[in-house]
Design a protein around this ligand. Structure first.
Ligand SMILES: C[S@@+](CC[C@H](N)C(=O)[O-])C[C@H]1O[C@@H](n2cnc3c(N)ncnc32)[C@H](O)[C@@H]1O
Length: 416
């Protein structure tokens, strides 16, 4: 599973990392527009005191008290560990610089809903999964966790099997008992296999060399995949956060998406096969007629987003129509793409504001702020901008710039 310490949405849709796909979030570019801050930049501002700090000359990386290592080195990569770090112990296989960054980071304490809000159970066709024990409300944080194990991608890919297994085994052995047991309960035969099947991609040092890591969060790894998940996850500042994107009734499985899902079913199935399993989620197993209708909606979403993007990039946005806003959001909702609503609601709010449709603009903007925050974390500029629009649409830069145009012109004629 993926994510980055920094840009919250970076990679945060494709879940478990494989070395087949090391480019951060490659397939997701499209869905991220129009929020520039969620583009696939790999930045980790939260871990540095000043923007320049990460460019300072290398220094001696003296690890804070409690950290041990280096051990079991392979070229630049060694094992470091601290039984008191994170949520109950952390092991790192990385460079001394990265170990310093991670060891010095101040992580939020583990949090989320009470442990009895969900339970583990066998889910037909998927292995073990997580089931809601009570209604989990949209917006509730289910788990916020630090990694138990971080492995830099280079040794994961380059190291030969035997020394790698020894190094990984040592990293797991250094974890306190609870974290070690959690790690070993993850799906997979060997330690390497478990890392392959259960890790999230993370970047500890922006776009610098050796920044990419596999992050293992044993509790989080019990979420199964669904192409229309009811839980969104993000990886920011070394922390993995899962959050409900709709109300989840008791007895329902909690799911995240391992891939970018706004593609036709056949593409999703192929990607998940590469991943090593045949997807049995409700969307993948739809009868042919419904699967066809779903694919058609995905194509419609694509076409509409492209059209909106294209017309909005031209002066006066010729061809933009107010009804495009509601149509886009409606398609997302019909497809149950609740985990990816932020950009669509943001677009809808802006279009409504441009045409001076106050109530619509306020409504979309309010929802957009919540969705963007769920998807990218709190304190983001995009969410703040949407809150501003919801509060005071008439004060927004987009307000009324296309007012009086487009009403009744349903077929793309701009009237400009
Ligand atoms: C990270 S683990 C999820 C937890 C796992 N089910 C377990 O028992 O520990 C990922 C694995 O779960 C299974 N899985 C997850 N989602 C699935 C789905 N939608 N359809 C079929 N198998 C799924 C696959 O075997 C996949 O490799």
């Amino acid at each position: 599973v993926q994510g980055s310490i920094s840009e919250p949405n970076t990679c945060s849709w494709g879940p478990f990392l494989t070395h087949r796909e090391l480019t951060c979030g490659a397939p997701q570019t499209k869905s991220q527009t129009p929020q520039p801050s969620t583009a696939f930049k790999v930045e980790t501002p939260e871990l540095w005191n000043s923007p320049n700090e990460r460019y300072e000359r290398p220094r001696k990386y003296k690890l804070p008290t409690g950290w041990k290592g280096p051990e079991h080195c392979f070229t630049d990569f060694c094992l470091y560990y601290n039984p008191d770090a994170g949520d109950g112990g952390m092991s790192l296989i990385t460079t001394s610089r990265n170990a310093f960054i991670v060891a010095s980071a101040v992580l939020p304490p583990s949090s989320g809903v009470e442990p009895t809000a969900y339970y583990e159970a066998e889910v037909p066709g998927k292995g073990v999964g997580l089931i809601a024990n009570r209604t989990i409300r949209k917006g509730e944080i289910i788990m916020q966790r630090a990694p138990a194990l971080l492995i830099q991608s280079t040794p994961h890919i380059d190291l030969e099997r035997e020394p790698r297994e020894r190094m990984y085994q040592a990293a797991v052995d250094r974890l306190p008992e609870r974290a070690r047991e959690g790690f070993l309960r993850q799906m997979g035969e060997t330690v390497y296999d478990k890392a392959e099947k259960n890790s999230f991609r993370m970047f500890v040092d922006g776009d610098r060399k050796h920044s990419a890591h596999l992050g293992l969060f044993p509790e989080v790894s019990k979420f199964n995949h669904d192409c229309r998940p009811n839980v969104h996850y993000r990886v920011t500042n070394l922390t993995h956060t899962t959050i409900a994107v709709r109300d989840i009734p008791p007895g329902t499985e909690l799911t995240v998406s391992y891939i970018y899902t706004q593609v036709p079913r056949s593409t999703r199935l192929t990607q998940l096969r590469e991943w090593g399993f045949e997807c049995t989620c409700s969307q993948c197993t739809l009868p042919p007629l419904e699967a066809g209708a779903s694919d058609a909606r995905i194509r419609q979403i694509d076409a509409l987003e492209e059209e909106i993007e294209s017309v909005m990039s031209r002066p006066g946005a010729p061809g933009l129509r107010p009804e495009m806003a509601g149509k886009l959001v409606e398609l997302y909702r019909m497809e149950r793409l609740d985990a990816a609503l932020g950009p669509a609601l943001t677009r809808a709010a802006l279009i409504s504001a441009m045409f001076g449709r106050e109530e619509e603009a306020r409504g979309f903007a309010r929802e957009a702020a919540e969705a963007v925050e769920r998807e990218t974390g709190t304190g983001r500029k995009d969410a703040e901008a949407m809150r501003g629009l919801a509060r005071e649409p008439r004060g927004h830069w987009a307000w009324g710039v296309l007012e009086g145009r487009g009403e009744g012109k349903k077929n793309g004629t701009s009237g400009m």
